[in-house]
Write a protein that binds this ligand. Sequence first.
Ligand SMILES: [Ca+2]
Ligand SMILES: [Ca+2]
Ligand SMILES: [Ca+2]
Length: 233
Amino acid sequence: MNSGISRGGWRPAAVLLAGLMGASLLVASPAAAVHGAVPGDFNGDGYRDAVLPAPGANVSGKEAAGAVVVLYGSAAGLAAPRRRTITQNTAGVPGTAEAYDRFGASTATADLNRDGYADLVVSSPYEDTTKGTDAGAVTVLWGSRNGLTQGTDLPAPVIPNWPPLYYGLDVAAVSAGPGQKTEVLVGGWRGAYRFNGPFSRTGTFAAHRGLRTTPGASPSLSGTSTATARRTM
Ligand SMILES: [Ca+2]
Ligand SMILES: [Ca+2]
Ligand SMILES: [Ca+2]
């Protein structure tokens, strides 16, 4: 469950982030209040919001279950009182906080469903699922007028002889245009997975594929399909 990362490895980052919360992040945002015009604006008020991942966070006694802290911006900048902590135990978020899930190990932001509200991709690469121990999980938290309140899973494609492992070690998201131009890339131990839009906040997407990496060989595409995201844990 805990392979790959030492138990205390995330604490220095958490301390650094705590320091940033009290210093450089508390600056005035120059953003104009235009809905949909500001990257990283989860509640569409025109002010960029900030994400502080805390994958080493203890959640209800579960060590390193993980959390992300969202600081909502305003005309006065970011401030600790306008923060919200999100875990797998938060209502509307798939899954349950368990020891060493490390929810928040990687995050990425883009407006995946093109509704004007930025969305947040959050991984928990040490999640145990029906696909195996430490198979990993990736969740999309959808932006709305009330911020990030609902999430759906972005499950690894089912590819024969290629079960996911540490799915979500890294994530990236791009919203470069409608449809297929919107993408989420998920890195795992055995390769990368690519999801194409259009995405919807009910958890659907158009297509995904696995880019398998074999030592000493060139990466090759291992599977392509059309699917609806559903948690199978
Ligand atoms: Ca905002
Ligand atoms: Ca979990
Ligand atoms: Ca959105």
